[in-house]
Design a protein around this ligand. Sequence first.
Ligand code: G3P
Length: 219
Amino acid sequence: MDIYVDTANIGHIRHCAELGFISGVTTNPSLLAKEDPSVDVKQRILEIYDLIGGHLSVEVNALDTKGMLKEADEILSWFPDATIKLPMLPAGLAACNALSKQEIPTNVTLVFSPTQAIAANNAGATYVSVFMGRLDDIAIPSSAVLEDICDIWDIQGYESQIIAASVRHPIHMIEAAKAGAHIATVPYNVIIQSLKHPLTDAGVAAFTADYEKMKAARS
Ligand code: G3P
């Protein structure tokens, strides 16, 4: 399972680029608004693009197909290998289909059910983003929904990539990997949390103390 970072924070993306195991960035209007809201979106997206050197999904804001395609053109003029993120609406599916016919990568977002996921795949989506945390928020177990979607992908031989999104904690990452999601897009704090283990810290502290003891004995 590939790991993307789900943020528009430049400092966090810079750190993720250094970590060496993060292969993409997903953004959305809420994540962009969380950072400096006065910043020019094109400038922010290009800064992110320069840092990550991998997959970058940029979401449209229009709610009609024509408007979505116009925004997609603009994003593609900023950098030609952009993945256009489209909402799981009839208008978004139509835009997805039009872009897929031009071989432009698309990410259909705000997917919460297997039937929505099938529609996104059949509209030609490159990526289908299934939201975990927001399902759990309304007491629908996200791991079961994601498992169903991944099973359907296996049975049907679909080629689009499933992204586990709205990931809130490391257990979501494990559930996504076990279900068979191709990618998990994860907030920066959860990525850092997922790397920590108290036994790792204790082991490093013990090794360092013993190394210092031997160094002191030799001097
Ligand atoms: O990946 C989608 C994400 O940005 C939404 O996350 O936590 O707002 O549901 P959340």
